[in-house]
Design a protein. Structure first.
Lengths: 307, 179
């Protein structure tokens, strides 16, 4: 393992990405046991710093930490001194002075995770930094693909939605391309970055063409807070052109795998009948999320190659 | 460095046969007994004992294997020392007498980790321990029920076990290292 931190998949070597995923499967097996806990990280202190709202990522990290027997402390910005104007640097240095081994952080500012590595020597795990990256989400998506298809190399993956503002999309692109998958993004033209082709991904504006091409599609959440502010005119329009609807899927003869990082807007980017169908592996993604986060924490906190 | 061959293929074969006989003798209800090998190599030895038991009395005993890496107390210094493998225990362990199988019994720490891991699958009726080689130098109060061979050794010696379907040969040797 060459990585000391997990900031983003752009900077994580391919071998490390594979090791995170493969070790994830070992933890997945542990999650099926009556007692879903191993003592590996006994005595390690982990702080979860969440400067932004989160349900599943936070719960998933917490469960992963508890199942590795680590000691954890939770922090959310709404009830902290950040409200009094304390800077990120001061907050983290104070927390670090209390002797911690690892910080899991979600922050609305892109680049905040890498910034953190300049302040402290603890292991930093990025749980989403603004519109930059969300590496553990991409790892769990890739683990779910590997579980379903057996291999990632050569797979054709479509990513649909607001690519421009999505950290999930970016991390998935970096990870999937490194592991040899073919990736196409699809969404309204003004929600796809100019020059995204430089990351070795294709761009498709017609979601039907994408479905015909892909083995699996990852459907991003359409952030309702962006509706009607000039970014997306209306829910109905988005659904008509890019929604994965029951009618649309009926028109395609093939059955492709459907993924969604959650939270789902049913009836907007995906219809309930598709989200609850057998071709959706959404709940599997959630379970793999705990396993892959256990794998990340285990491998980073026990990384001997660097000492 | 001096290398001494302690066991060859024939001796290992006869030891496995003896261990199988002892296990049959001590476990009247084989249908309630399962063998769990500790990776790596303990699982292969366990499998061979299972085959031997089948040969002797025609009963196909339940068999599983575990990798105890996540349960080790020295995981921080040992991580990366070998590739971690999956664990597989297919039976409801609370209805079985478990016999753990390992290649070498040394400090006892692997067995402690294995005991911890076994209990994460449920509460077994009992746990016994079978080893191919007991080389002494225990650091924990652990004792094997079935011992293939006792090999007195010093702490600095290295005992190497090779198993046919993993290493291509059956062999146990001891390497005496200079202190």
């Amino acid at each position: 393992m060459k990585s000391k931190h997990l900031i983003g998949l752009e900077t994580t070597p391919k071998d490390d990405i594979s090791e995170f995923i493969d070790t994830g499967f070992l933890f997945r097996e542990i999650l099926e046991r009556p007692i879903k806990r191993v003592p590996s990280l006994t005595g390690k202190n982990i702080v979860n710093l969440f400067f932004e709202n989160s349900t599943r990522t936070k719960i998933s990290f917490e469960l992963a930490e508890k199942r590795l027997s680590a000691d954890i402390t939770n922090f959310s910005s709404s009830s902290s001194s950040v409200k009094k104007g304390e800077s990120l640097k001061d907050t983290i240095q104070n927390i670090h002075a209390m002797k911690i081994d690892c910080v899991v952080m979600r922050h609305p500012v892109p680049g905040s995770a890498i910034q953190l590595t300049n302040y402290v020597d603890s292991v930093i795990v990025n749980a989403g930094d603004g519109t930059h990256e969300h590496p553990t989400q991409a790892l769990l998506d890739m683990m779910s693909l590997k579980e379903h298809f057996g291999n990632i190399k050569g797979l054709k993956i479509g990513i649909v939605g607001d690519i421009l503002h999505s950290r999930v999309a970016l991390s998935n692109i970096f990870g999937l391309v490194k592991l040899g998958a073919k990736v196409k993004v699809c969404g309204p033209p003004h929600l796809i970055q100019k020059g995204i082709e430089e990351l070795n991904v294709g761009v498709e504006y017609n979601v039907d063409n994408l479905i015909e091409w892909a083995d699996a599609i990852n459907i991003l959440r359409i952030q309702r807070e962006r509706m009607g502010v000039g970014i997306i005119p209306s829910v109905r329009e988005y659904r008509r052109f890019f929604g994965i609807t029951t009618e649309r899927m009926k028109n395609h003869k093939k059955e492709i795998v459907v993924m969604h990082p959650g939270p789902i807007n049913r009836g907007v980017e995906i219809d309930s009948s598709i989200a609850d169908s057998n071709q959706a592996i959404i709940l599997n993604q959630v379970l793999n999320g705990v396993a892959v986060r256990m794998s990340v924490l285990y491998l980073l906190l026990g990384n001997n190659d660097l000492k | 460095m001096k290398k001494n061959l302690l066991l060859n293929t024939e001796k290992i074969d006869s030891i496995i046969k003896r261990l199988a006989c002892e296990i049959i003798e001590n476990n009247i209800s084989l249908e309630k007994t399962c063998l769990i090998g500790i990776k790596s190599r303990g699982d292969l030895i366990a499998k061979r004992i299972c085959e031997k038991i089948f040969e002797i009395n025609g009963y196909e005993i339940e068999f599983g294997h575990i990798d105890v890496t996540f349960y080790r107390d020295d995981f921080l210094s040992n991580l990366g020392s070998h590739k971690i493998g999956p664990s597989r225990v297919n039976v409801d362990i609370s209805k079985y007498n478990v016999i753990l199988v390992d290649d070498v019994l040394f400090t006892g720490r692997t067995i402690k980790a294995a005991l911890d891991e076994i209990f994460s699958f449920g509460r077994p009726l009992s746990v016994q321990l079978a080893v191919l080689v007991d080389r002494g130098n225990r650091q924990l109060p652990i004792k094997a029920n079935y011992i293939g061979k006792n090999i007195p050794s010093s702490k600095t010696d290295q005992v190497h076990v090779y198993v046919k379907n993993y290493d291509g040969k059956d062999e146990v040797c001891i390497v005496e290292c200079e202190k």
